[in-house]
Design a protein around this ligand. Structure first.
Ligand code: AMP
Length: 196
């Protein structure tokens, strides 16, 4: 049966992180998406976990669409063998908008402030009703726990409604993440993305 989602954006670190479990998960995720026929949309870099997920997806015969701002080309060095599609865009904001437009769902794999920014922005767009595409956070080596705790604290303090918990799901590992993705409710494509 074909996968219900045609393409998924993966937000992840431009570094590897201290625990090798992060890179292992990145490779497993790239391979898993490719094997299920899901196009990988990502930031276009060849460094850190970004490179791991993209190269694994390509090696497994998957489609990989990168979107990179021109000023980051030298720092985030796209994979030298190329991707199946690559867009060079003028800014970070255009990058995030294009990643949003091209993707039916989102996965936050481990990463730093850039990954956090991308995760939070896609959640705030969902909170505002601008989309209802599934958002998953992968909890590799406890990476997602402080974020989950922060959201819980904001709910307790009355800054986020109880529905904030339903904006995203947490997966303990890559197989669980792929399983959640396969069964995620289909996004409503009539959502008013033009208001972004
Ligand atoms: P990091 O998690 O900090 O390693 O960053 C992961 C990716 O997010 C890198 O490709 C960064 O260039 C990217 N990034 C960082 N800040 C932003 C931002 N404000 N908007 C879009 N992408 C960003």
């Amino acid at each position: 049966m074909p996968h219900p989602l045609r393409s998924v954006a993966v937000f992840c670190g431009s570094r590897f992180g201290a625990d090798p479990a992060h890179a292992q998960a990145a490779r497993a995720l790239g391979t898993g998406l490719a094997r299920q026929g899901v196009k990988l949309v990502y930031g276009g870099g060849g460094v850190g976990l970004m490179g791991e997920v993209a190269n694994a997806a390509l090696a497994a015969g998957g489609e990989v669409h990168g979107i990179i701002p021109d000023f980051l080309l030298s720092a985030e060095r796209p994979p030298p063998g190329g991707l199946t599609a690559m867009e060079v865009v003028p800014s970070m904001h255009v990058r995030k908008t294009r990643m949003f437009e091209l993707s039916d769902g989102f996965i936050a794999l481990s990463g730093g402030l850039g990954t956090l920014d991308e995760l939070v922005e896609i959640l705030t767009w969902r909170q505002l009703g601008l989309h209802d595409k599934p958002v998953l956070a992968l909890d590799i080596a406890g990476w997602a726990q402080p974020f989950v705790a922060l959201v819980e604290a904001m709910i307790t303090q009355g800054f986020v409604g109880e529905s904030g918990r339903r904006l995203f799901q947490v997966a303990a590992d890559v197989p669980a993440c792929l399983e959640l993705l396969r069964h995620a409710p289909l996004p409503d494509t009539s959502a008013p993305a033009s208001r972004l």
